[in-house]
Design a protein around this ligand. Structure first.
Ligand SMILES: Nc1ncnc2c1ncn2[C@@H]1O[C@H](COP(=O)(O)OP(=O)(O)OP(=O)(O)O)[C@@H](O)[C@H]1O
Ligand SMILES: [Mg+2]
Length: 358
């Protein structure tokens, strides 16, 4: 296993497209690092530079102790699994997994032992003679993983490997991959645009936007301490609510409501400034259950979404849209007002200009 380090890595494509700018992060030995961000933010480009499938315009990439900028992909000792994990249709599961090792002229006995070991880990031992078309989507995906595992690489790279699977299978494979990581103890770098995948699988997450790293942190720290508005809105579902407020005379003005700033917040929030108040949907409670110290609002309910285990209330607070996540037995009606409450000390505050967390 090896550590992967990116040191101020920039990628500028021909024509001047900057796909990655000044990217720095480390995937420690045995760590599962997830690169997450919206479509086009540069995730695949970063992964492909680590794999050697794209050149690096500026900066350095280390795998283990070695700078690999000029090392050919086949000599980097990595294995990559893509979204379109084309298996050879005319080869059996065994042959698909063995293929890469045969090309590298591994001895037959070694190939056999590696393929059988991988098949066992992936619970494919009973399918080794089958052709891919006789497998389910999840089984095919496991064969693609098997091809990577038999290589015994220093580092595994995954580019949205689960996005071709249906929702249920994706959740299942997510757990499978987490188990696989635990079992192999390998360094893994995993690309996804799905924040739930990122949160559930990553030891650490690198959040990218427009080719720039926004924050590198553990899932819980990203959720609890987002560095800026983008991260706050990207991590968590339903997304964090944002309300732009003026601060004057130690009063925060939210819609028509005056909220006195509690003392611990006064230092963080400057006077005469516009700030963005961030409130997670799960941090609202019904006002009738709230303690005295909280802030109360009375928005109009626009849509009631029962989720079974809980209920989402989409509301409108004097023109500002928001969503609250409440217990399933909450009684609320579309078109009527509903008393909500929140604790200001659990809120997030962002500078309205820079969007950085205050
Ligand atoms: N070969 C290329 N030449 C020019 N521009 C490119 C090339 N490949 C990617 N880009 C651009 O670089 C940016 C990042 O692309 P990339 O594929 O890394 O995004 P991504 O985060 O993986 O997106 P997705 O989630 O849609 O897969 C995009 O603006 C894309 O159009
Ligand atoms: Mg991509």
């Amino acid at each position: 296993m090896a550590r992967v380090i990116l040191e101020q890595v920039t990628k500028i494509f021909e024509g001047g497209v900057v796909a990655a700018r000044d990217i720095s992060f480390t995937a420690e030995e045995g760590e599962f690092v997830v690169l997450v961000g919206p479509s086009g933010c540069g995730k695949s480009t970063v992964l492909r530079m680590i794999a050697g499938l794209e050149t690096v315009t500026e900066g350095r990439i280390f795998i283990g102790e070695r700078v690999v900028n000029d090392v050919a992909p086949k000599d980097r000792d990595i294995a990559m699994v893509f979204q379109n994990y084309a298996l050879y249709p005319h080869l059996s599961v065994y042959e698909n997994m063995a293929f890469g090792l045969q090309m590298r002229k591994f001895p037959k006995a070694e190939i056999e032992s590696r393929v059988n070991a991988a098949a066992e880990i992936l619970e494919l031992s009973d399918f080794l003679e089958r052709k891919p078309k006789a497998l389910s989507g999840g089984q095919r995906q496991r064969v693609a993983l098997g091809r990577a595992i038999v290589r015994h690489p220093q580092v595994f790279l995954f580019d949205e490997p689960l996005s071709n699977l249906d929702a249920k299978l994706r959740v299942q494979m997510r757990t499978e991959l987490a188990k696989l990581h635990h079992r192999l103890g390998a360094t893994m770098i995993y690309v996804t645009h799905d924040q739930v995948e990122a949160m559930t699988m990553g030891n650490r997450i690198v959040v990218l936007k427009d080719g720039v790293v926004q924050q590198v942190d553990t899932p819980m720290n990203l959720y609890q301490h987002p560095a800026n508005r983008f991260v706050g809105g990207f991590i968590g579902s339903p997304a964090m609510n944002f309300f732009t407020c003026d601060v004057r005379n130690r009063i925060l003005k939210l819609a028509e409501k005056d909220i006195p700033l509690v003392s611990e917040l006064r230092q963080r929030v400057e006077e005469s400034k516009q700030i963005i108040l961030g409130i997670r949907p799960e941090h609202f409670i019904a006002a009738n259950e709230a303690a005295a110290s909280v802030v109360r609002i009375e928005p109009q309910i626009e849509v009631v979404e029962p989720m079974g285990s809980e209920i989402y209330l989409h509301f409108n607070l004097n023109g500002l849209p928001g969503v609250a996540r409440l217990p399933a037995d909450t009684i609320a009606h579309q078109g009527r007002s509903f008393g909500l409450a929140f604790d200001l000390t659990r809120c997030h505050f962002f500078d309205a200009q820079t969007e950085r967390a205050l």
